[in-house]
Write a protein that binds this ligand. Structure first.
Ligand code: GLY
Length: 348
């Protein structure tokens, strides 16, 4: 097992096999409460809730399960309301806690419910997707979506513990592994040529625990430097400004990881850095590399991005594998950056 400690919020991320079955003892070390609400979705709950509940019970922790239907379309204010009402019906107090068992949707929603209920109770993340393991379960961003856009209502609320069971991650279906791989490649491009090579030659699959721990350490460093996302944390948006535009233009037909993959290739082209190595690595991981939408659609979508601040957007541009820079770009210049990002396609 590996441990990464996050200073902002002072908590540990445990990464290793069998952690769901050991959840009770690990949780008891991290929080004082002995009552909790496990927040999960119907798919994940059916697979893993029993294992988790048995372990919590053995450690003397009483748990009630709040489950909602799987999918981003349920990460809404109404599911949030049902979750906090569930906490209240079960008479959770400020000394009790929530435990998110699931992927990014569950983690974001449970974290936001924990942030708001009684002005904030403890919560624990138990990510069950690779994407949640390497990204959303760490760093305390919690939110739900509005009809106007994703993650528009939320809070920064750090978990007390993150439990990443690599047995669960290892048995994920291909599409969920691919989505996580896109974020892992992102970390390689940002800071770690060795991690990038492991993604490129496929060896990360045999060294899953080490690869996840490396990604979490890189994320931890950005979060500890800039918990509230006003500076260095924006590096984590590499591939996301272009990727979110693809996500919106395709009406979310492509997954987040697929859109980030396309967005990273666009960022390389926009920066004028040869993208061959990146494209090969993304293809090796089964990820797409070209936008299915045209320049006009992407630019219209980019202008709605919530990451736009005032009249400018911060792009994360690569210099080489392992090094990127932040660049403030006036909104009026965004189209030109997208045109470059589209490469030849837009010039024809
Ligand atoms: N997912 C990017 C961040 O946590 O800042």
């Amino acid at each position: 097992m590996r441990t990464v400690t996050v200073q902002s919020g002072n908590y540990r991320v445990l990464i290793g096999p069998g952690l769901l079955s050991q959840a009770g003892e690990r949780v008891a070390e991290a929080v004082r409460g002995r009552r909790c609400a496990v927040v999960t979705d119907d798919r994940v709950g059916a697979l893993y809730a029993r294992r988790l509940l048995a372990s919590l019970e053995a450690a003397g922790i009483r748990a009630d399960v709040f489950s909602f239907p799987n999918g981003e379309k349920n990460k809404t204010l109404s599911t949030f309301a049902r979750a906090v009402e569930f906490f209240a019906e079960r008479e959770l107090t400020r000394g009790d806690f929530a435990l998110a068992l699931g992927g990014g949707v569950v983690g974001d929603l449970a974290g936001f419910a924990a942030a708001a209920y009684m002005r904030g109770i403890d919560y624990i993340q138990a990510p069950t997707t690779l994407l949640a393991a390497v990204d959303s379960s760490v760093g305390g961003k919690t939110a739900v979506d509005l009809p106007m856009g994703k993650n528009l209502v939320g809070a920064f609320h750090q978990p007390k513990l993150v439990l990443c069971d690599t047995d669960v991650v290892a048995e994920l279906p291909q599409p969920l592994l691919r989505d996580g791989a896109a974020e892992m490649i992102k970390y390689g491009v940002l800071r770690d040529p060795q991690l990038f090579s492991a993604m490129a030659d496929g060896s990360w699959r045999e060294r899953l625990e080490e690869a996840i721990a490396r990604c979490v350490s890189i994320k931890r460093d950005y979060v500890d430097e800039d918990e509230f996302d006003n500076g260095a944390r924006q590096f984590l948006n590499f591939g996301h400004t272009f990727g979110h535009a693809v996500e919106k233009s395709t009406n979310f037909a492509l997954s987040h990881g697929q859109c980030v993959a396309i967005g990273m290739v666009m960022a390389f082209r926009a920066a004028g850095v040869p993208e061959g190595e990146l494209v090969k690595t993304l293809e090796k991981c089964g990820l797409p590399t070209a936008s299915p939408c045209g320049l006009d659609e992407l630019c219209a979508a980019a202008l709605l991005d919530k990451k736009r601040r005032g009249g400018a957007v911060t792009l994360v541009l690569p210099e080489k594998i392992g090094r990127c820079e932040l660049k403030r770009v006036p909104v009026g210049e965004l189209r030109e950056w997208f045109r470059r990002g589209m490469g030849e396609t837009a010039c024809r």
